[in-house]
Design a protein around this ligand. Structure first.
Ligand code: KOT
Length: 811
């Protein structure tokens, strides 16, 4: 671990304030101070970054490149200090100067360059790679606008832009002289024969310039510093001059603006396909910049492509970067004159593809005409890949004429041709993985069974994980301290060692300390709730938290239905609950997702009525904390008694919030879906509340759906559904919640709210009863902490490294 020389740190800091920002300490703003502290910390990071790069180059190591449209890093100052091992020292020095260190830490804005699970997973992976000393790097887009900020007005979600670029992050280092030139648009001069004999002519293309910006990724212990490279799009100067010289000044400017828009915004749809041309250009831009960079790094140390797949692994984070298949082929064939067959070997041996969703609406397909316009040469290459693949399929399955249609990359949909990105990614990779055991099975048996039949050896599972450095050490310092006091600090890099805590599950003093820590975290959360919503909540009540993107399959509405059920029991049935409960929500809805936004409005409707009802509000409260983001998650998760993981079985690929809550001692109420199944397997069935239909039951449930049967057989459900339809929770806006009722009662209840209602409410009653026995609850909580070591992203990354990437630790 590093140390810092206090007087040197202090003088560096003062001189950055003065010479970097032109101010004395007295004049400096909070932004100046924050940036200066980060710059002073950067000095420590950069020395190690340079040393790491030298170590990798000297050993000519195999490198893994993780290409992802999203990296949801969250604030970096605290984590960098923790990983460097200088958090406490730095805190003392900064406070001694007369500044407020804790305030500065809280001041850092979240870089929100991701929507949710997929982007946050990428950030956890980078932390694990660096912490284990592995040569693994991220490639992404330096969006000017990250995920929107959410505010709530009259119960409705409003979106405000997140112009994080304006805040000129001190962590972003612009790397001049390493730009990528990316051809786009234009046409193919001769489209007849495109391989082998001669190179086709891709003409009249325009050039986008990709400028790299690096964020250092500091591994725990500070030995290894990798990088996340984010590209910004610019118009090429040369190209502008040409049009300017033609005299068309305005057209030249329009083009310039058009190109610079490419890295302007992150698309805010989580698990949904945007289908916009600009999105495809973004995907291509990222892929082209990354491939350019990866090939340049390789060619720095090698003069042929013979060793490429032994020195380079590339992982595609879902299909968003699937164009890497075509771009790597193009670069090898057109720029380096590699023969098609060799190029194909290199490409498939290099690439791996991770699938993160089975949901049809999230599976990317692009109309061929957009490809033709944006990347005509890539279209040509994809068509050739498909042609060869189809002839292989026809030869292998001569008796199944439907196979080609089911498996082709290019598909004819009533006259319009589409490109199926998942098929492109599977055909072009040597490894295809899902992100939890059940999900990986469903990928094989339901999503792409034909591909599994053809290449069973390609398919594998890599259950997700999360980094304990951010999600325990940073988010829950009190718990981290208790664990260190009890079993030492070995768990930070070997989370399985948390099992050693089990030995203390009978020690009352230990359990008391655990309960006290939870209480403190709840008090901290209660004060955030007060600040952001003006609602007062009781830290003695059960903090039941449902925090994640709003989506019908995640069933925040089922949670709301149970709340209504409890409310009516208190109000109308005079049933006093065993324990007071606070239901806490957080999460953003995609701006165009009507139903998800309506659920937010509904939760606010519930809060408005229930929190004001004096008969109920000492037993039941509902709060929605706006603008859920990484920094807020860091405060919500440690304050949870109960973690809601209630997706319809088969629909949540894995989930990672479920892991974070459990390792912070929350008890899960959840369905047998995604990684919940594996969490249940680890913690044991007495330490989790599992309810609901299983994945094999869902299909027949849907087929045999009969709303009346459910409503007539359950008066409790009927009462709840009647309330959804009525205006009880929207007295001033009658009728607004009708679509929620209709989707469940008249719309076939695709997400099985009614079918799972009874077992969900039962599970909640059991949980509330169990909570009263504080000792027993503390044991459950402890066992959740002790038994969730499997869900460290270090374990996940080791599996990827050994089984797919073949990369090694360099420390
Ligand atoms: C978004 C758009 C298209 C395809 C996939 C997505 C996607 C999937 N975004 N986030 N996910 C989530 O990824 C997490 C990390 O693997 C999973 O834990 C979670 O279940 C997915 O929903």
């Amino acid at each position: 671990m590093a140390t810092i020389d206090p007087s040197r740190f202090r003088s560096t800091l003062l001189s950055i304030v003065r010479y970097g920002f032109g101010r004395t300490m007295e004049q400096a703003t909070k932004v100046d101070i924050f940036n200066s502290v980060c710059f002073a910390v950067r000095e420590h990071i950069i020395d190690r970054k340079i040393e790491t790069e030298k170590r990798y180059a000297d050993n000519d190591v195999k490198r893994m490149h993780y290409i992802s449209m999203e990296f949801l890093t969250g604030p970096l100052l605290a984590n960098n200090l923790i990983n460097l091992g200088i958090y406490d020292e730095c805190r003392t020095i900064v406070n001694d100067i007369g500044l407020d260190f804790d305030d500065l830490i809280e001041f850092e804005p979240d870089p929100a360059l991701g929507n949710g699970g997929l982007g946050r997973l990428a950030a956890c992976f980078l932390d694990s790679l660096a912490s284990m000393g592995m040569p693994g790097f991220g490639y992404g887009i330096n969006y000017d606008y990250g995920l929107f900020h959410q505010s709530i007005i009259g119960g409705y979600q409003h979106e405000r832009p997140d112009f994080w670029y304006n805040k000129s992050s001190p962590w972003l280092m612009r790397m001049s002289g390493e730009k990528a030139m990316v051809p786009v648009f234009g046409r193919i001069e001769d489209s007849e024969d495109m391989v082998g004999e001669y190179n086709p002519m891709w003409v009249e293309w325009k050039l986008i310039v990709g400028r790299p910006h690096d964020i250092a990724v500091v591994g725990y212990g500070g030995k290894t510093v990798n990088r996340l490279r984010l590209f910004s799009a610019w118009a090429s100067e040369d190209f502008d001059i040409q049009i300017f010289n033609e005299g068309d000044y305005y057209r030249a400017l329009e083009d310039k603006i058009r190109f610079e828009n490419i890295s302007k915004i992150l698309y805010p749809s989580d698990s949904r396909d945007s289908g916009k041309e600009l999105r495809l250009v973004q995907e291509y831009f990222l892929v082209a910049c990354a491939v350019h960079d990866i090939v340049s790094i390789y060619l720095n140390q090698h003069d042929s492509f013979d060793m490429f797949h032994e020195k380079v692994a590339i992982q595609l984070n879902d299909t968003h970067p699937a164009l890497t298949v075509a771009e790597l082929m193009r670069v090898l064939i057109d720029l380096h004159f590699v023969e098609w067959d060799d190029a194909w070997q290199i490409t498939t041996r290099t690439l791996g593809y991770t699938n993160h969703t089975l949901m049809p609406e999230a599976l990317e397909t692009w109309p061929m005409h957009i490809f033709k316009k944006v990347i005509p040469r890539h279209l040509q290459i994809i068509q050739e890949i498909d042609r060869r693949f189809m002839s292989m399929i026809k030869e292998k399955y001569p008796d199944d004429p439907e196979k080609p249609r089911r498996m082709s990359i290019v598909i004819d949909n009533n006259g319009e041709k589409n490109i199926r990105m998942a098929h492109l990614a599977i055909v072009g990779s040597h490894s295809v993985n899902g992100v939890a055991a059940i999900h990986s099975e469903l990928v094989k048996t339901r999503l792409v069974p034909d591909f599994y039949d053809l290449w069973p050896e390609k398919f594998n599972n890599k259950t997700n994980g999360v980094t304990p450095r951010r999600w325990i050490l940073r988010a829950n310092p009190l718990l981290a301290q208790l664990v260190c006091d009890t079993i030492g600090d070995g768990w930070i890099l070997d989370l399985g060692r948390l099992r050693e805590l089990e030995a203390h599950c009978k020690e009352t003093a230990f359990l008391e300390r655990l309960l006290m820590i939870k209480r403190k975290n709840k008090v901290r959360l209660a004060s955030i709730i007060k600040e952001t919503t003006y609602i007062e909540v009781d830290p003695e009540s059960i903090f039941d938290i449902h925090a994640k993107r709003l989506h019908e399959y995640k069933r925040q509405l089922l949670n709301a239905m149970n709340i209504i059920h409890i409310y009516f029991q208190i109000r109308d049935d005079n049933i006093i609950p065993s324990v007071p409960r606070t239901f806490i929500f957080g999460g953003k809805a995609a701006p165009g997702y009507f139903m998800a936004k309506l659920v937010i409005r509904f939760i606010h409707g519930l809060a408005e009525i229930i929190n004001k009802d004096s008969k109920a509000n000492e037993w039941l409260k509902v709060v929605f904390i706006p603008d859920y983001r990484v920094s807020l998650a860091e405060k919500m998760i440690p304050g949870a008694d109960v973690s809601e993981q209630i997706s319809t079985a088969g629909m949540e690929a894995s989930g990672t919030g479920n892991m974070k809550f459990a390792m912070n001692g929350a008890i899960t109420i959840g369905t047998l879906d995604g990684a919940n199944i594996e969490i249940a397997g680890e913690v044991g069935e007495e330490n989790i509340y599992i309810f609901g239909h299983k994945v094999d039951e869902i299909e027949s449930l849907r087929r045999e759906h009969d709303a009346d049967r459910f409503l007539n057989s359950s008066p409790a459900l009927k009462r709840v559904m009647d309330a959804v339809r009525s205006d009880i929770f929207c007295p001033d806006e009658p009728g607004i919640f009708k679509p929620l009722y209709d989707s469940i009662v008249h719309g076939g209840d695709y997400y099985c709210h009614m079918a799972d209602f009874q077992s969900y409410t039962d599970a909640h009653s059991r949980l509330a009863n169990d909570y009263m026995d504080r000792h027993n609850w503390a044991v459950k909580s402890l066992l959740n902490i002790a038994r969730t070591g499997k869900f460290s992203s270090d374990r996940t990354i080791k599996e990827y490294a050994e089984e797919i990437w073949k990369i090694k630790s360099q420390i």
